[in-house]
Design a protein. Structure first.
Length: 104
């Protein structure tokens, strides 16, 4: 799950609400801070938090107690979504808004 050599995408909803540098940062967090450190399922959650005007990404995963918060060098903007998800279907990896996810 979540290998850097798979195709990676972001939905239009994410692209409309987040600058490309922040989307790229999510992939960097997955590759550099999470892969090999914590066991990753196929659906990851990132909460976008305001830390004194700067953006903090808080990673959490369903059915796991592991939480990781990473401060990013970007200004927080109230227009950012509260949460984005990263989904790996085995071939493609996509960053999407929670409301864009598939309910099973």
């Amino acid at each position: 799950m979540f290998s850097a050599n798979h195709s990676r995408f972001a939905t239009y909803g994410v692209i409309a609400k987040l600058p490309g540098e922040i989307i790229d940062s999510i992939w960097m967090i997955i590759d550099q801070d999470l892969t090999g450190v914590v066991p990753l399922g196929n659906l990851l959650r990132f909460d976008l938090l305001n830390t004194k005007g700067k953006l903090t990404m808080a990673f959490s995963e369903k059915n796991s107690d592991t939480q990781v918060a990473i401060d990013l060098p970007f200004d927080y903007d109230a227009s950012f979504p509260e949460t984005v998800m990263a989904y790996d279907d085995g071939e493609n990896q996509t960053i999407l808004l929670p409301e864009e996810g598939h309910q099973h």
